[in-house]
Write a protein that binds this ligand. Structure first.
Ligand code: SF4
Length: 191
């Protein structure tokens, strides 16, 4: 897997530019890290065919179409809820569009993650997701689910739950080697 390390979030776009071509069709998974590193805004510069899911002028139906079209883009940006020291990427999605794109579809996937996402192993990664990432997302979206209030997973069965799909990406087949590229940033980013 392609991996690189940058010291600060300001260094991220420099690395990203090495991996993009003008005119590429690009898209983003839902991620605070992508906002904090300026990627969401940077992609609006007109050099790329950006499927902008955050465009407030478009309808929910159009947004859903963009999420589907993103599965065939050239480069998909995302973070990861946790990254083990062994290199596994663990993620939990409510809708599933982000984990689907990470696994198959986009020609290239660029994962940007602060060092706070690195954990020793899969068990710790799962704990991190259920007790840090999921509650923080639930709170951000003001969802009426237990972890939004308690800050930890209460194993709820709510129809609004944020953890429908759990994925572990631990290997890329040789034909897809380096399809997923990981940029680790030496700062705390996202959650
Ligand atoms: S199962 Fe419920 S309480 Fe636990 S992380 Fe998911 S949404 Fe939150």
């Amino acid at each position: 897997m392609y991996e690189c390390y940058v010291q600060t979030k300001e260094d991220v776009i420099k690395e990203v530019l090495k991996l993009l071509k003008d005119g590429d069709k690009v898209s983003c998974g839902g991620s605070m890290t992508l906002f904090e590193t300026g990627i969401v805004e940077y992609l609006r510069n007109g050099k790329y065919n950006y499927l902008d899911r955050y465009d407030k002028s478009i309808s929910p139906e159009k947004t859903n179409d963009l999420l589907r079209e993103a599965l065939l883009c050239d480069t998909y940006f995302t973070s990861s809820n946790a990254i083990t020291e062994n290199g596994e990427l663990l993620n939990i999605d409510r809708v599933g569009n982000r984990v689907a794109a990470m696994i198959f579809g986009p020609k290239s996937v660029i994962v940007i993650a602060g060092y706070n996402k690195i954990v020793p192993d899969i068990k710790t990664a799962y704990d991190r997701i259920k007790n840090i990432a999921a509650p923080a997302n639930a709170k951000r979206f003001e969802l009426d689910i237990p972890c939004a209030k308690t800050g930890k997973c209460m194993e709820c069965e709510s129809s609004s739950k944020v953890c429908s799909y759990t994925t572990v990406i631990g290997y890329q087949i040789p034909a897809k080697k380096d399809r997923i590229k990981v940029i680790i940033v030496g700062e705390e980013l996202g959650y």
